[in-house]
Unconditional design. Structure first.
Length: 258
């Protein structure tokens, strides 16, 4: 087996189990401890894992780099509860008669689930999951077409960016792969970051939804500085450091109880 093939299989195991022991790598792949160590070093250099004593663990940023379909099979119960709670709180920002932009992401989908029954709203989205959630409701739906990404179940490329120039909405919601003080909001997927940037430019109120684990992480492609966000909806485990920082910047902060 080539080193690259072995490393891919090791990472596949870590994706499923969130961690791996060095001794398990040696046993499963019949390699030396030195070879196992080198494999983990390569994966760590790629930003996929973090080496710890006796093995390695999956980085949150590596989970963010996966497609939404892949991530859905890896999310543990606590993370699902966080997303549901955040989505429920974020949905309260949508009022009767609003025009709403919904980007892609599992937490965005939770928002869609909680606005189904709000009267006289219009939703624009590039998410196939959101479209499927709202298609059988009275919500007026506009789909931002483009090239379909089968891992994210969304429309990407220049077409949704161009289409957005024709709209202006009351409130827009985006997710993120990471949020830091230094680099603001970022996403692992460059296409998603570009569409999200365009989405934010077309809304009177911009809302970022992200669970607390995303803070302090940088993803590959910068979406926007934090100054571009009016409201952040996260969960009650968000660190005091970030709570204070966001409030000092004048960003409205809503924390869902989890």
């Amino acid at each position: 087996m080539l080193a690259k093939e072995r490393q891919d299989e090791i990472f596949s195991i870590i994706q499923q189990k969130k961690a791996i022991k060095m001794s398990d790598i040696v046993k499963i792949f019949q390699v030396s401890h030195e070879t196992a160590r080198r494999d983990l070093e390569v994966l760590q250099e790629q930003g996929l894992i973090k080496r710890v004593y006796g093995g390695a663990v999956l980085l949150e940023s590596a989970i963010s780099s996966l497609g939404m379909v892949e991530r859905s099979g890896m999310v543990d119960e606590s993370s699902s509860l966080e997303r549901e709670a955040i989505g429920r709180e974020a949905a309260k920002l949508v009022k009767e008669g609003d025009t709403v932009l919904l980007s892609v992401g599992s937490t965005i989908l939770q928002i869609a689930k909680h606005i189904r029954d709000i009267k006289h709203i219009t939703v624009l989205t590039n998410s196939i999951f959101v479209l499927n959630e709202l298609i059988d409701t009275d919500v007026r739906l506009f789909v931002l077409g483009g090239c379909v990404n089968s891992s994210e179940y969304d429309m990407e490329g220049h077409l949704p960016v161009e289409a957005l120039k024709h709209f202006c909405v009351d409130v827009a919601f985006i997710c993120a792969g990471g949020i830091t003080k230094e680099n603001g909001v970022s996403d692992y997927n460059c296409e998603v970051a570009q569409v999200n940037k365009a989405i934010l430019s077309r809304a009177r109120k911009t809302v970022l939804v992200a669970h607390a684990k995303k803070f302090g992480l940088d993803s590959f492609s910068v979406t926007c500085p934090l100054d571009s966000i009016h409201t952040i909806v996260s969960d009650s485990t968000l660190s005091k450091e970030y709570v204070q920082y966001l409030l000092e910047k004048g960003i409205e902060l809503i924390l869902a109880d989890v």
